[in-house]
Design a protein around this ligand. Structure first.
Ligand SMILES: [Mg+2]
Length: 252
């Protein structure tokens, strides 16, 4: 859309009145009157449930690890979600090993059914066209990231898995990527489907956070008073392309 009249038209019609155009933030063609847009130099993605379709039944996995009673108790205490890795960290080595076996089992079942999220390939293509950096942070294991990279032929670098400590929601992995890219956290967007892990990690690091909420589950009142709120919320990765173009100066 161009609201500016071509120079040739003005020369041909010197008395032509130019209509007053309301200034809007997203009309960057209007020059200095439009507020400057924040510079964005890279996007970091969560993997499970963000770049891939959720196939792990997390509730069933938590029940299997914690047992029904403990699951119900912890769930009531943490309405925004259970941090299973955090819970098992204080367990005895033997109990922990069993828990990790159960988690690995659920994760490997998930890998067999792995599918790419609609819009992920298109979004990566768009980011590539802008020479934007692409990173990945997951609480899943490195083997799962390797399979993801191989199966869908999309590369994210750095790609940090749960072998990188501390993991999300700690901001450390995102800050690590920022320093590897030599960019400021405020110039990075973290995209993920978890309020407690991805949005918290992004906001604690000082980045822009975008929540992928396909089902609208985060509209529920129980999430109204969370510590970290996303800057943007989308219901599909397909919405992110236009969001990036409307709100940011994409310059790597
Ligand atoms: Mg996720």
């Amino acid at each position: 859309m161009s609201l500016l009249l071509p120079r040739t038209l003005l020369l041909l019609h010197p008395k032509l009145k130019i209509p007053k155009i309301p200034m809007a933030g997203n009309l960057s063609t209007l020059g200095s009157a439009a507020p400057p847009r924040a510079r964005l130099r890279g996007v970091v993605f969560d993997m499970d449930g963000t770049l891939t379709v959720p196939v792990i039944d997390f509730a069933a996995m938590y029940r299997a690890v914690l047992g029904e009673d403990e699951y119900v108790r912890i769930k009531a205490e943490s309405p925004s979600g259970i941090d299973i890795l955090h819970h098992i960290e204080t367990w005895s080595p033997e109990k922990q090993r069993k828990a990790y076996d159960i988690i690995a089992d659920y994760e490997s079942q998930g890998l067999d059914r792995l599918q790419i999220m609609p819009g992920a390939a298109e979004l990566c293509g768009f980011l590539d066209s802008k020479n934007m950096r692409r990173g990945l942070i997951t609480r899943n294991v490195k083997a799962a990231v390797d399979i993801f990279h191989e199966r869908f032929r999309l590369t994210f670098s750095p790609a940090l898995s749960r072998e990188f400590r501390p993991y999300k929601p700690d901001p450390a992995p995102l800050l690590h990527i920022c320093s590897a890219w030599e960019v400021k956290p405020s110039e990075i967007m973290m995209v993920g489907d978890s309020l407690k892990d991805d949005v918290a990690c992004g906001k604690r690091a000082g980045a822009v956070a975008c929540l992928l909420d396909e089902s609208g589950r985060y509209d529920s009142p129980e999430y109204a008073n969370v510590d970290f709120k996303p800057d943007f919320k989308v219901s599909s990765l397909l919405e992110i392309h236009s969001l990036l173009e409307a709100h940011f100066d994409l310059s790597p």
